[in-house]
Design a protein around this ligand. Structure first.
Ligand code: AGP
Length: 607
C-alpha cells in the first residue's frame, strides 16, 4: 500500500513531510515524492527509489508551510519517476493510495476530450478530473464533482495552486487520518507519519472529506454537508504505531486479509455481469484458450497455494494440472507438452528457485503466467503474463495475506478458464463470483473469535509436535497450517492427507499429540469424521476447523473453531485463518520473534 503525508501550519512543511515519509518506509515502496508551496507555486520533487534518493534532489531546502508527500507501492504502472507521485495537471497536484477500478474508461473519455497523460498510473486521471471542475469552484467543491464517476478505492491528498495553504483529503476504502496540533494539521494514511508531532487524531470514514488550513479544519461528506467527528488520543509508541497498534506485523497482516482480498478482487470481477477482466492477467486470450495442461511451480506457502489451485483448475476448468516445488522442477528435466501453461506463484517475485523454474519453462518455449505480489519484480518481468495480488507489502516473514490472495487469484483464474473452455455455464460462473465477494466479510467474522484461538494455542505450547489433517483441497491447507506453526514456534508439525493417516502417521497418535483437522462440510466430510474417530479412539487431542453449527464434528473434538459456510474452493481461504492465528499465538506465547523467525528470510533469493 502507498503512504501519504500532508501538513499545513506554522512549521516547515517540507521537513515534516520528508520525515513523515521516512516513518512510513516500513510499508514498503518503490518510489517517493513531495509537493510543496513555494513563493506562490507548487514545486514537485519525486523519484524512483528511496527517500534518501529523493532528499538528494534538493540542493537547498525551501521553507514552505504547506506540502504533501507519498511513498508508492506500484500497482498500476511500473516503478519509475513518471509514475511516482505527486501527480500534477494544470493547477491540481495530488497523491493517491488505492486502486481506481474504472480508470481505463475514464482515461479514454479524457483522451477523447484532448487530454494527454504523462504516466501509466490510474492516479493521474484524478488530477485531470479535478482540474476540469476547478473553474470558479473551491478545491473541495471541484473534488466532490470530480469523484462522482470514479469507482474503486482511494485516499487522496490534493492541493490547488490557486489556494495556497489548503490541503483537501478524501477517503473511500483506504485509510486516511487527520492529525491535530497547535502548530498545524496533518493528513496521513497511517499514524506513524505524524505521531512525533500529534497524538490527537481523527480517523476519517468512507465518503468523508477534510479541508485542512493552518488555522483550522473542516470535515464534510461528499454531499457537502458538515460532519462532526471527535478526535481520539493515541498513546502508541512509534514502534507500535508502525504495526497499526498490533503487536506484530504478522498479526496486522492476518487482520488485513479482508482488505487484501477485497483489493485483489477490485476491478477484476463484475458480480452483475459475471464477467472477469481477462486483461488483468496481462496475457493473450489465445494462450489461455489453447491451454491444454497447466504446470504450477512455487515454493513454500506459495507452493501450498498451487496445490489448492490444482483442485480449482481441474474441477472448474477441467484442465489437467501438475504442481511442483521450484527447487525440484528446475533440476528434474521436466517433459512439458507444447500447450502447457506454466503458472509461477510467488509473493516476492524474487525467489531464486521459482525464477529458475520460470527460466526453464521459457527455455522450453512455454508461456508463463506469474501470480505475484510485487509489481516489476523479476518473476513478473520474466513472465509472459502476470496477475498481481493486491495484498500490499507483506512484512512478516510468515506469509499470510499473500497466501489467501493467491487462493483468491487462482479461483478467479479457474473461473476465467472455465468460461473460455466452456466447462461451466455462465450462470454457474456468476454464482461462484458472487460467493467470492462474500469472503472478506466471512473472514471478518472469523477474526472476531481470535481470542478463542489464542486460548486454545496457550494450552499446547509445549507439545512435542502437531499433526494437521485434511482431505482433497484441504490437504494443502493442512500443509500450510503445519508450515505456519513450524516456522514461527519451532515445534515440529506435519500436514498429511487424512486418508493416509492409517498408512503410518497413526502410530504417532497419543494423548500428547494435538491433531488439527480441517473438516468443513463438503463431499469428503463424512470421511473426515471417520478419521477423527480413529484419532479419538487412540486418545489423540483433536482441534477441529468446522462449519458453523456442525454438531457431529464437535462431539469428536476437544477444541472446535467454527468458520462460516462456503463452497469448498473458498472454504480453503476461511480454514487457513484460524491456522495462521493458532501458529501466531503459539509462537508469541513461547516468546519468539514471530515477525522474523530464526534462520528464515522473507524472500529466499538464493538457492
Ligand atoms: C511462508 O510463510 C514462507 N515465508 C516461505 O515458505 C515462502 O512462502 C516461500 O519462501 C516462497 O516465497 P515467495 O512466495 O515470495 O516466492
Amino acid at each position: 500500500m502507498c503512504g501519504i503525508i500532508g501538513y499545513t501550519g506554522k512549521e516547515n512543511a517540507l521537513q515534516i513531510v520528508l520525515e513523515g515519509l521516512k516513518r512510513l518506509e516500513y510499508r514498503g515502496y518503490d518510489s517517493a515524492g513531495v509537493a510543496y508551496f513555494n513563493k506562490g507555486t507548487i514545486e514537485i520533487k519525486r523519484c524512483r527509489g528511496k527517500i534518501k534518493d529523493l532528499e538528494r534532489l534538493f540542493s537547498e531546502r525551501p521553507v514552505s508551510n504547506t506540502g504533501i508527500g507519498h511513498t508508492r507501492w506500484a500497482t498500476h504502472g511500473r516503478p519509475s519517476e513518471e509514475n511516482a507521485h505527486p501527480h500534477r495537471y494544470g493547477r491540481i497536484v495530488l497523491v493517491h493510495n488505492g486502486i481506481i477500478e474504472n480508470y481505463l474508461e475514464l482515461k479514454r473519455e479524457l483522451i477523447n476530450k484532448g487530454h494527454a497523460f504523462s504516466s501509466e498510473t490510474d492516479t493521474e486521471i484524478l488530477c485531470h478530473l479535478i482540474d476540469n471542475h476547478i473553474d470558479n469552484k473551491s478545491l473541495e467543491d471541484a473534488i466532490i464533482e470530480a469523484l462522482r464517476p470514479v469507482k474503486g478505492a482511494y485516499a487522496i491528498a490534493v492541493m490547488n495552486e490557486l489556494e495556497p495553504e489548503k490541503i483537501v483529503g478524501v477517503r473511500k476504502d483506504c485509510p486516511l487520518i487527520v492529525g491535530l496540533s497547535q502548530n498545524g494539521h496533518f493528513l496521513a494514511s497511517d499514524v506513524p507519519a505524524f505521531l512525533h508531532y500529534s497524538r490527537d487524531v481523527i480517523f476519517l470514514d468512507d465518503g468523508e472529506m477534510v479541508i485542512l488550513k493552518p488555522d483550522g479544519f473542516r470535515i464534510m461528506n461528499l454531499d457537502g454537508e458538515e460532519v462532526r467527528k471527535s478526535s481520539i488520543h493515541i498513546d502508541w509508541n512509534p514502534v507500535m504505531a508502525e504495526k497499526g497498534g498490533y503487536k506484530h506485523f504478522m498479526l496486522k497482516e492476518i487482520f488485513e486479509q479482508p482488505r487484501a482480498i477485497a483489493d485483489t478482487l477490485r476491478g477484476r470481477i463484475n458480480p452483475d455481469s459475471g464477467e472477469i477482466a481477462r486483461e488483468e492477467f496481462n496475457i493473450e486470450e489465445g494462450i489461455l484458450r489453447n491451454t491444454e495442461r497447466i504446470m504450477i511451480v512455487a515454493c513454500g506457502t506459495s507452493y501450498h497455494a498451487g496445490l489448492a489451485g490444482r483442485y480449482m483448475l481441474e474441477e472448474l476448468a477441467r484442465i489437467p494440472v501438475e504442481v511442483d516445488i521450484g527447487s525440484e522442477f528446475r533440476y528434474r528435466k521436466p517433459v512439458l507438452e507444447k500447450n502447457t501453461l506454466v503458472i509461477a506463484i510467488t509473493q516476492s517475485g524474487e525467489t531464486a528457485d521459482t525464477i529458475a523454474a520460470i527460466r526453464e519453462a521459457k527455455a522450453q518455449e512455454l508461456r508463463v503466467l506469474s501470480i505475484c505480489n510485487v509489481l516489476g519484480s523479476t518473476a513478473a518481468r520474466e513472465s509472459d503474463g502476470v496477475f498481481y495480488t493486491h495484498a500490499g507489502p507483506e512484512i512478516g516473514v510468515a506469509s499470510t495475506k499473500a497466501f489467501t490472495t493467491q487462493l483468491a487469484s487462482l479461483y478467479i483464474l479457474s473461473l476465467l478458464l472455465a468460461g473460455l473452455k466452456g466447462s461451466l455455464k455462465h450462470e454457474s460462473i456468476k454464482k461462484l463470483i458472487s460467493e467470492l465477494l462474500e469472503i472478506p466479510h466471512k473472514i471478518e467474522s472469523i477474526l472476531k473469535h481470535s481470542s478463542t484461538i489464542e486460548t486454545i494455542a496457550k494450552q499446547h505450547i509445549n507439545r512435542r509436535g502437531f499433526l494437521y489433517l485434511g482431505r482433497g483441497i484441504n490437504y494443502p491447507i493442512a500443509l500450510e497450517g503445519a508450515l505456519k506453526l513450524k516456522e514461527i514456534s519451532y515445534i515440529h508439525a506435519e500436514g498429511y492427507p487424512a486418508g493416509e493417516m492409517k498408512h503410518g502417521p497413526i502410530a504417532l497418535i497419543d494423548e500428547e499429540l494435538p491433531v488439527v483437522v480441517i473438516a468443513p462440510k463438503d463431499e469428503l466430510y463424512e470421511k473426515l469424521l471417520s478419521n477423527m474417530q480413529e484419532v479419538k479412539s487412540r486418545g489423540g487431542i483433536i482441534i477441529s476447523i468446522v462449519t458453523e453449527g456442525d454438531r457431529n464434528a464437535k462431539e469428536l473434538s476437544d477444541y472446535v473453531i467454527e468458520i462460516p459456510p462456503a463452497n469448498k474452493y473458498l472454504s480453503t481461504i476461511l480454514s487457513v485463518i484460524p491456522l495462521q492465528l493458532l501458529a501466531y499465538y503459539v509462537g508469541v506465547t513461547k516468546g519468539y520473534d514471530v515477525d522474523q523467525p530464526r534462520n528464515l528470510a522473507k524472500s529466499v533469493t538464493v538457492e
